[in-house]
Design a protein around this ligand. Structure first.
Ligand code: 5AD
Ligand code: SF4
Length: 431
């Protein structure tokens, strides 16, 4: 979501006539688009603002903007701690960015941290890092209350975009040559619960949205992040199984394999149910790749709880996992819970989890050696060849040059925990 918003911020500034620069000393406007999900982002913001101070002193015309979730969280504290910040723009106020910049030029420091999204940033121009891929926001905010998570506090309750708006955006992107879209929402599979279909009492559902986008000519791949396991209903599984363009990959955040900890996290599923869902999904969509998020060291996590997480990880056989050390966030229920786990214990568990998962990721990737996979080329790999992604979201490196935005069939020859290597598959005779 942060990356999506950064693309909109860059798009708005470009539309206003600014040009991107790599050199901060040349910049007329510097925007720090922040994340609040873990504590180290906080520390980095104030460190970075400290580094920008001499630039502002040397060039008073420079405008410094703090945007994103930390802007929403820290509000007035940012300009109190760093009075050289010109604009603080919260998560719901991005469409006002240019107004705020102009006002700051006339009247001095400005802040807009309104609590509610009135205009989706999707209405703003976007700058895309990769020409053939686009993030498409389908909803903002989250109605869950996972006890570790600051997102509902900084992004507010869920608000879905009208299905027609999303569809129109995807059609427009397809006309611009976009081949792959990633639908974005904090809890993407509850899309539509806050909407009604005009003229009926029915609510549009995430499965309806997938089906509608699957019909957009020119879009070859559809992805979405992040679903909550609890809301991954059978209709979504069926839509995935039947929609040709919806890719065989789900991000399915586990968070913990201990039922006791899941309860304390206020995650409504339990380990066995989670594993049963995975079986059902894999059965319905053969070849499905599954990635996950796991938090280590939640308050009160014992060695036994952690062993249960390892057990689920071994049984789930994820293709990859994003692993996090628990970080207390202000305003969350877990932030004040007892049972703080000492950092060296958390570190030890974290390293063990990463080792177990790397082994599994490698095994999963080895299973693909000898197979032919379709990649969408994204650019140049570290070793100079082409780099692309499979439908299952695995990175593949291929020797030789291939244009970004082209598809190629690749025979997989090598497996590593985080990527595959291969060469162009021979074209069958008569093809
Ligand atoms: N500490 C550590 N990790 C967290 N996440 C969310 N909040 C926290 C926190 N307080 C992780 C979760 C989530 C991912 C985006 O970030 O695993 O799924
Ligand atoms: Fe945070 Fe995701 Fe839970 Fe919402 S569903 S509170 S965004 S972890």
């Amino acid at each position: 979501m942060n990356e999506h918003d950064s693309g909109r911020i860059a798009g708005v500034l470009q539309a206003d006539g600014l040009v991107a620069t790599e050199d901060a000393a040349q910049a007329e406007v510097i925007v720090l688009n922040t994340c609040a999900i873990r504590e180290n982002a906080d520390n980095r913001l104030y460190g970075n603002l400290g580094h920008l101070r001499p630039l502002k002193e040397a060039n008073p015309a420079l405008r410094i903007v703090v945007a994103g979730c930390l802007a929403q969280k820290d509000q007035g504290a940012i300009q109190r701690r760093a009075p050289w910040v010109d604009v603080v723009v919260g998560t719901h106020a991005l469409p006002r960015l240019l107004d705020l910049l102009r006002q700051a030029e006339r009247e001095g420091p400005q802040m807009d941290v309104r609590e509610y999204t009135e205009v989706f940033p999707s209405a703003l121009p976007a700058r895309r890092e990769v020409a053939h891929h686009a993030w498409v926001q389908v909803a903002v905010g989250c109605d869950n209350a996972c006890t570790f998570c600051i997102v509902p506090l900084v992004r507010g309750p869920q608000r879905s975009r009208a299905m027609g708006d999303v569809l129109a955006e995807v059609q427009g992107l397809a006309r611009e040559g976009v081949l792959e879209v990633t639908l974005l929402g904090q809890n993407v599979n509850t899309y539509g619960r806050d909407l009604t279909v005009p003229g009926s009492s029915r609510k549009p559902l995430f499965a309806d949205l997938l089906r509608a986008i699957d019909g957009v000519e020119g879009i070859r791949r559809i992805r979405f992040v992040s679903p909550h396991p609890h809301d991954f209903t059978d209709d979504v599984v069926q839509a995935m199984a039947t929609c040709e363009r919806v890719c065989e990959h789900i991000h399915f955040p586990l968070q913990s394999g201990s039922d006791r900890i899941l309860r304390a996290m206020r995650r409504s599923y339990r380990a066995e149910r989670y594993l049963a869902w995975l079986d059902r999904i894999r059965e319905a969509v053969p070849g499905m790749a599954v990635t996950t998020d796991i938090i280590v060291g939640f308050p009160g996590e014992t060695d036994d709880d952690f062993e249960r997480t390892l057990d689920v990880v071994r049984r789930a056989r994820f293709d990859a996992a994003f692993t996090f050390q628990y970080s207390p966030r202000p305003g969350t229920t877990a932030g004040t819970m007892e049972g703080h786990v000492p950092p060296p214990v958390v570190g030890g568990r974290f390293d063990r989890l990463v080792d177990v998962q790397e082994e599994i990721s490698l095994e999963r990737n080895r299973d693909l050696v000898g197979a032919t996979v379709e990649i969408l080329v994204e650019g140049t790999g570290r070793k100079g060849g082409a780099q692309g992604r499979t439908r299952t979201n695995k990175v593949v490196n291929v020797p030789g040059g291939l244009d970004p935005g082209t598809f190629a069939d690749v025979e997989v020859t090598g497996a590593h925990p985080h990527h595959l290597t291969g060469h162009l598959a021979p074209v069958p005779v008569g093809a």
